[in-house]
Design a protein around this ligand. Structure first.
Ligand SMILES: [Zn+2]
Length: 372
């Protein structure tokens, strides 16, 4: 079993440590989105320097290129990418079910590679085999994404996700035994809770996942911005307290970090912070700014004066504005360093505030200033 200690609790919120074969994750933690085994525009050294503790890659993208076997040959994701720290893989279900020509059966999903048109089939078993080959510390079960947000589709997707979870668990046990026989490091499986925006379906899914032999839980699928906190409360009140929970692809808004932590999630990931950075949209404690805006042409202050990231310590808004206007690669690098550092450090502060029992005050003051 994946070792997870809880140091402090406040309602559903908790502070803890997840112990993986590649190192510890102090939670709550923001996990960097390294979809193709890289965080866009950032080196792994830059990720370490800005305080990131873990990365999450996507199985779907990696099996298409460079292939799970190649990553296995390189001794796994952490070594291949030179990250060397704790790693997660998402199953890729979300991406596969969003493809226009995907064919879904009880067995799994058939699709063509967007790179060369070659045929692929992903089943719960092959998802587990691929994730073991990629070698992340923590895997997500292969889940089914609903084709619409209707109750009927959500319920159908949830039931199939549950059937597939049983097959993932069975295959995972086989792969675990094989790895043990070969003296390979252990890898861990999270079940994925589905149910969309329907609280009763979420509760049913949480109960189902909680009854399975898994090491933790991912919370996936769609949720409306306003309904997320309520849904997480429902789910995390049911999931066993002693196993970690990961909020898959949460929103890019800082309020999601607060809602997620307050309602019992331990780790989060989102491509939003780096994606927005590449477009020149940067977080500050007073809300997001668009650095391409003409008003920053002569602004010789940092993006955020009280930020200790490499970008804010060394460069001005005017300089970043110039880099974006001239389409320099460095613009995307510096902006990504700042945004990723922002979400990592806000999550660190959330952890500290739960520890010293000031979470509610911190949340209130942060949100009041950020959202005006
Ligand atoms: Zn900064």
């Amino acid at each position: 079993m994946l070792k997870f200690d809880i140091k402090k609790k406040d309602g559903l919120a908790r502070v803890g440590t997840i112990y993986t074969p590649h190192g510890d994750i102090k939670t709550p933690a923001f996990v960097g989105a390294a979809t193709r085994a890289t965080v866009k525009a950032l080196t792994m050294q830059e990720m370490r320097d800005l305080g990131s503790q873990a990365i999450l890659a996507n199985t779907y993208h990696l099996i298409l290129r460079p292939g799970a076997d190649l990553i296995k040959e390189a001794s796994g994701l952490a070594e291949f990418s030179s990250w060397h720290g704790p790693t997660f893989t998402d199953s890729g279900g979300f991406q596969i079910f969003s493809l226009p020509d995907v064919k879904i059966t009880e067995n799994g999903a058939r699709f063509r590679s967007y790179i060369d048109g070659s045929k692929f089939e992903m089943t719960p078993e092959s998802s587990m085999q691929n994730q073991w080959a990629i070698g992340a510390d923590i895997h997500m079960a292969f889940d089914h994404l609903a084709k619409s947000e209707s109750r009927k589709d959500m319920e159908k997707a949830m039931r199939r996700t549950h059937d597939w979870l049983d097959r993932c668990v069975e295959e995972n046990e086989k792969l675990k035994k094989e790895a043990k026989k070969n003296n390979q490091p252990e890898q861990y499986l999270y079940a994925v809770v589905q149910g969309g925006t329907f609280n009763d379906l979420r509760a049913e899914s949480a109960k189902y996942c909680a009854s399975k032999n898994v090491d933790g839980f991912g919370i996936g699928g769609v949720f409306t911005a306003n309904g997320m906190a309520e849904m997480l409360k429902t789910v995390n009140s049911i999931l066993p307290e002693d196993k970690p929970r990961h909020l898959l692809g949460m929103g890019q808004e800082p309020i999601d970090l607060f809602d997620g932590a307050e309602n019992g999630c331990d780790t989060f990931d989102c491509v939003g912070p780096t994606r927005m950075a590449r477009n020149g949209s940067l977080y500050t404690y007073d809300g997001r700014i668009n650095i391409k805006n003409a008003k920053y042409t002569h602004d010789f202050t940092p993006i955020m004066p009280d930020c200790d990231c490499e970008c804010c310590k060394n460069y001005t808004r005017a300089y970043l504005h110039h880099l974006f206007r001239t389409d320099e690669i460095t613009a995307k690098v510096l902006a990504s360093i700042h945004n990723e550092h922002f979400v990592v450090s806000v999550t660190n502060k959330i952890r500290e505030s739960i520890l010293d029992e000031t979470f509610k005050d911190y949340k209130k003051s942060f949100l009041e200033r950020y959202y005006g």
